[in-house]
Design a protein around this ligand. Structure first.
Ligand SMILES: N[C@@H](Cc1c[nH]cn1)C(=O)NCC(=O)O
Length: 452
């Protein structure tokens, strides 16, 4: 038994201060993830990107996580090497990948800089710019997903038994601030006197700055570990065993939440990547205004996610909230496909759905899975989710190219949106199954946070 000494995590100022730090790392991650979305038409103009090329660029982020099982492996590495070493390694990958992406679009590179000749020497149907940018985003994705797993574990470490769901909500709110900034700043930065690629360089430097912030967090983490070790409170992860993964897969609640994660996020993130271009084409808006409408989604979630996190902590009902969120998602995509309802309104409503599900999903995993396995569990969920984040941006681009004649003035997005609505219906089904299963397995997903 520990002797109940006060540690850093018992000090609310330090606990929430450290959340701001890891939130900065996440905001940079999300900023870079979304920074090129409002630039789709610019990439077509400058480098001749088709919709399929753009979809490929978005989706290559997920390849290391799907094929190298990076998020699972990252979770395993995390359980083995710990938060500091794993976090440092993967945030560094993020920064390196972001800088390579910016280099691939830069004048230095396009004027025959390092690697240009090599990238021109194979697969001539893909431009050397696209190939270098794909390499950069691949490396960024390799680091980014595992970093999110590391940060989720950091939050469980500091907030378990305290304001866990609220902390997850605030964390997601901070992450989405990054997306909000990306959709608004990128269209401004392309007009910079230093050239349109300023938008990409800025994104890359933001990620590099987040590496420095993570290094500062590492000092706090070390101090907390020393205190917890003295108190005998340090939660040590057991070595990873394949049988643990088998146990997770055989747990119906865990699998329903994972499948909801796959289908729900596949209907949101790939849509968000194309959304600015969708508004531009459907409503004939400028790059700035369509980027601004896209940013209504993250802006809604910045406020609603912490709020719903608080509701889940205090009143529970996490499984029910996942059902409501999935239902709203289906309705919004259907409206986008078949109506001309004001896109600002629909994006804010989608923001409610995009708050309800994440705010209840991520803390629910901490109820279903033992803390010692939480790294592997989040890693597994992210790897499955990344199958969707890999396939659906490509499919969205292919559907767009196939359902629109070449060189058409404005792209018709109806079939792409029907695809996203269908994914939402699947998500709704898994959310209903999760709630039903919870009555049998008794993880208490409908109960407040501190009752379990
Ligand atoms: N795996 C991430 C995907 C992502 C999107 N932008 C950057 N990373 C994820 O799903 N995170 C959880 C969330 O609710 O944002």
């Amino acid at each position: 038994m520990g002797n109940l000494k006060i540690t850093l995590r018992d000090n609310a100022w330090i606990r929430w201060g450290m959340l701001l730090m890891v939130g900065f790392v996440l905001a940079a991650n999300y900023y870079f993830y979304d920074a090129l979305s409002p630039l789709k038409s610019k990439l077509t103009e400058e480098f001749g990107f088709s919709s399929t090329d753009f979809g490929l660029f978005v989706s290559v982020y997920s390849i290391p996580n799907v094929f190298l099982l990076m998020a699972v492996l990252g979770g395993v590495i995390l359980d083995k090497l710990g938060i500091r070493r794993t976090g440092f390694m993967f945030v560094s990958f993020m920064a390196f990948g972001a800088l390579i992406t910016a280099y691939g679009a830069s004048d230095i590179y396009t004027n025959g800089g390092w690697g240009y000749g090599f990238m021109s020497s194979f697969m001539p149907s893909y431009s050397p710019e696209l190939k270098m940018m794909l390499l950069g985003r691949f490396l960024f994705g390799l680091g980014a997903e595992t970093s999110i797993v590391v940060i989720s574990k950091i939050i469980v470490k500091w907030f378990k038994g305290k304001e866990l769901a609220l902390a997850f909500g605030v964390k997601l709110g901070l992450a989405r601030t990054g997306s909000f900034l990306a959709f608004n700043l990128s269209p401004i930065l392309i007009e910079s006197p230093a050239g349109w690629t300023t938008a990409i360089w800025f994104a890359a430097f933001f990620v590099t700055a987040s590496l420095i912030v993570f290094m500062i967090y590492m000092m706090l983490d070390l101090k907390l570990d020393r205190q917890s070790q003295q108190d005998g409170e340090l939660v040590k992860s057991d070595p990873f065993r394949l049988s643990d993964l088998k146990k997770l897969i055989l747990n119906p609640s865990f699998m329903y939440v994972t499948l909801l994660c796959l289908t729900f996020y596949s209907a949101v993130f790939p849509f968000l990547s194309f959304s600015a271009d969708f508004f531009l084409n459907k409503f004939g808006l400028s790059v700035k205004e369509s980027g601004f409408i896209s940013s209504m989604l993250p802006v809604g979630t910045m406020f609603f996610t912490p709020l719903f996190g608080f509701v889940v902590d205090k009143y529970g009902r996490a499984a029910s909230l996942m059902i409501y969120g999935s239902l709203i998602l289906v309705l919004v995509h259907t409206c986008f496909a078949f109506t001309t309802i004001n896109p600002y309104v629909l994006m804010v409503i989608l923001g409610i759905a995009f708050s309800l599900v994440p705010a209840s999903m991520w803390p629910s995993v901490a109820k279903i899975v033992d803390e010692k396995r939480i790294g592997s569990a989040y890693g597994f969920m992210f790897s499955i989710q990344n199958i969707g984040l890999w396939i659906f941006p490509i499919l969205a681009g292919v559907v767009l190219d196939k359902t629109n004649a070449e060189g058409v003035e404005s792209l018709n997005y109806t079939f792409t949106l029907i695809m996203f609505a269908a994914l939402g219906i699947l998500g709704l089904l898994f959310a209903i199954l999760l709630k039903r299963e919870d009555k049998i397995s008794g993880y208490g997903l409908e109960l407040p946070s501190n009752s379990k």
